[in-house]
Design a protein. Structure first.
Length: 81
């Protein structure tokens, strides 16, 4: 959708040059064991306190709420109670 009606062709026509410039400015990263360990430790410190099952339940509850809200809007648009 980022390219609008022109799709990916329009998206790249608009953004490719800046994306290329940004990627060239990024340092090369080696995803070695030390960096993986750092990422894992930081993620655990940030998100690891909440059990996976709780995160899954919260995600699922939000998705179900959104689907129900969308269904409600559709039924209102169609004149249904």
């Amino acid at each position: 959708m980022g390219g609008g009606p022109g799709g990916f062709t329009a998206f790249f026509a608009q953004f490719a040059a800046n994306m290329n410039a940004a990627w060239k400015a990024l340092p090369q990263v080696e995803l070695d064991d030390a960096l993986q360990k750092l990422i894992i430790e930081q993620a655990d410190a940030t998100f690891g306190k909440t059990p996976l099952e709780q995160l899954e339940r919260e995600r699922d509850d939000k998705q179900i709420a959104l689907l129900r809200a969308l269904a409600s809007v559709r039924s209102q648009d169609q004149g249904s109670p």
